[in-house]
Design a protein around this ligand. Structure first.
Ligand SMILES: Cc1cc2nc3c(=O)[nH]c(=O)nc-3n(C[C@H](O)[C@H](O)[C@H](O)COP(=O)(O)OP(=O)(O)OC[C@H]3O[C@@H](n4cnc5c(N)ncnc54)[C@H](O)[C@@H]3O)c2cc1C
Length: 488
């Protein structure tokens, strides 16, 4: 794709460059394109729904903006209205249904199917049904969740090889059956729902490979065994696997995918404790779909546009938004909850959403924050951290990619080209990007970014640089940017 990444009227951030888009010339704007609210919430996942519901109950006008067709976020994703499919659900989904019902009954105004593409304190610019709109609000709650971490390996760009999250979206969000024989690989708790979703869709799961060793995973035990909800959830998933005869195989992963025009075979093998492939241990599996889930990466782009401080925490997924008491960021009127503060799961997101809402209500002169809300948020986060330490990204997985393996699929950049760029221009994320265009396509490095430096430098242990964010933070139509209402 060429420099502008302009395709079919969709604009990737690279074309806009560093210029602040809010100062770009604007077209005619109708007053209906500007909405006013007390609080604008980005994301209708558990974190955003919990915050908005609590705010509405406290008398606040909360407006939620969400990309999904229906509220629920990633975990409580709902099939399209009218769909008859019914998929077995883990115990946590009871809580999800209660939250969804309470949310839908509340006075919260939700705009589904819209993309927030830029933000400044008190302002959220979004595209909704082809219209360019602006939400003006005193407080912003960021609950945009996370996205899949991709680890490139030979053949990962073949049709039929998808992320574990994308498989969930296909099966649970659209009722699509993605293939007949699946391989699930990766690391972390998300592998279990991926397997059960595929089984529920009637797909045969030929193998489920967890790259972490069984011994490393045992570190997760205290975070699960001493947490009632997580224990029930884990037991439910393991029972489903056991019933279907699928055994989770530890210390193994995919080395390559092969096929003529789409995936037909996966080469799998053992990895050492660091995740390095043990060459010579490989064997082939005939499959037509591969779900690869190597953990999640917090969606911090809007937080960066708002100027929020972040910090690096590998176990929580990488760069996370830094929050203080009550989920407040260091930017006045901006709050962050759920995965954007570090991967943690739905219970953490709900607890933090409620805590942020109570703090906002307190700031606005409402009731004081309940000590129990604060305690619950802290304990949920602690339990999640204890579990996730066992699945922190394995540095050796960076060795799966060969020199000719594509690492940036938007710009077709191979690992060798990225390595040469790092040698010539420097090993920072920015230098690698400028040197070979990796990360400049429509995904704006969401796919390649988290592993690009490891691939280019061959050092999977190094702390990744903070991503450089451009507007639009997600692809929107060029017309949306041209017609963006002014912020004042
Ligand atoms: C693809 C995927 C699948 C997952 N599947 C499972 C699962 O099956 N089981 C499980 O236990 N956990 C799963 N997880 C983890 C789970 O999502 C989280 O633990 C939990 O949902 C976190 O809640 P949250 O509110 O922080 O974010 P989310 O639930 O991720 O909600 C964030 C919401 O924000 C919206 N959003 C993001 N950016 C924008 C934007 N710019 N404009 C408008 N809207 C935006 C998204 O569309 C989404 O609806 C999954 C995660 C991902 C990424």
């Amino acid at each position: 794709m060429d420099d502008g990444a302009v395709d079919d009227g969709v604009v990737g951030g690279a074309s806009v460059g560093e210029a602040p888009v809010n100062d770009a010339p604007r077209g005619e704007v109708s007053s209906a394109d500007v909405i006013e609210a007390d609080v604008g919430v980005v994301g209708a996942g558990p974190g955003g729904m919990a915050a908005a519901h609590r705010l509405a109950a406290g008398g606040c006008r909360a407006v939620v903006l969400d990309e999904g067709a229906r509220p629920g976020g990633q975990i409580f994703r709902q099939l399209p209205t009218g769909s008859r499919a019914s998929l077995p659900e883990p115990p946590s989904h009871d809580r999800g249904h209660d939250l969804l019902q309470a949310f839908e009954r509340s006075s919260v105004e939700i705009h589904s199917g819209c993309t927030v593409w830029d933000a400044s304190p008190g302002r959220l610019w979004f595209e909704h049904r082809g219209r360019s709109r602006l939400l003006r609000c005193r407080h912003i709650v960021l609950a945009p969740g996370a996205y899949d971490r991709c680890i490139p390996f030979p053949g990962w760009t073949l049709p039929g090889v998808v992320t574990a999250g994308a498989l969930q979206v296909m099966v649970r969000g659209f009722g699509v059956v993605p293939g007949r024989r699946a391989l699930v690989v990766g690391s972390g708790p998300l592998l279990l729902p991926t397997v059960t979703s595929l089984l529920a869709a009637g797909v045969e799961v030929v193998a489920a490979l967890e790259a972490s060793s069984r011994w490393r995973a045992l570190r997760a035990l205290p975070g699960v065994a001493f947490h009632r909800a997580r224990r029930r959830e884990a037991t439910w998933y393991l029972k489903q696997l056991w019933r279907a005869g699928v055994k989770l195989q530890w210390g193994r992963t995919v080395f390559a995918c092969e096929g003529d025009g789409r995936v037909q075979r996966a080469i799998v093998g053992r990895v050492d404790r660091e995740g390095r492939p043990i060459r010579g241990s490989e064997h082939a599996l005939d499959v037509d779909v591969v779900g690869a889930g190597f953990g999640l990466v917090p969606s911090i782009e809007l937080a960066l546009r708002l100027g929020c401080a972040t910090r690096y925490d590998a176990a929580r997924g990488g760069h996370v938004v830094q929050v203080g008491a009550g989920q407040a960021t260091d930017v006045d009127g901006v709050w962050a909850v759920g995965e954007v503060c570090g991967i943690g799961g739905a219970e953490v997101a709900i607890a933090e959403g409620e805590l942020a809402a109570e703090h906002i209500l307190a700031v606005r002169g409402g009731a004081a924050v309940e000590p129990s809300t604060r305690t619950r948020a802290r304990e949920e986060r602690r339990a999640a951290d204890a579990m996730l330490r066992a699945f922190a990204p394995l540095p050796g997985l960076a060795e799966l990619a060969r020199p000719d393996t594509i690492v940036c699929r938007c710009e077709d950049v191979t690992r060798l080209t990225a390595q040469q760029a790092a040698e010539l221009h420097g090993d920072t994320l920015r230098a690698i990007k400028l040197g070979c265009r990796a990360g400049m396509g429509p995904c704006q490095a969401r796919i390649c970014g988290p592993s690009l430096q490891a691939m280019a430098t061959g050092d999977g242990r190094r702390e990744m640089d903070r991503p450089v964010v451009q507007v639009p933070v997600k692809p929107v139509r060029s017309e949306t940017i041209r017609r963006a209402p002014r912020g004042n």
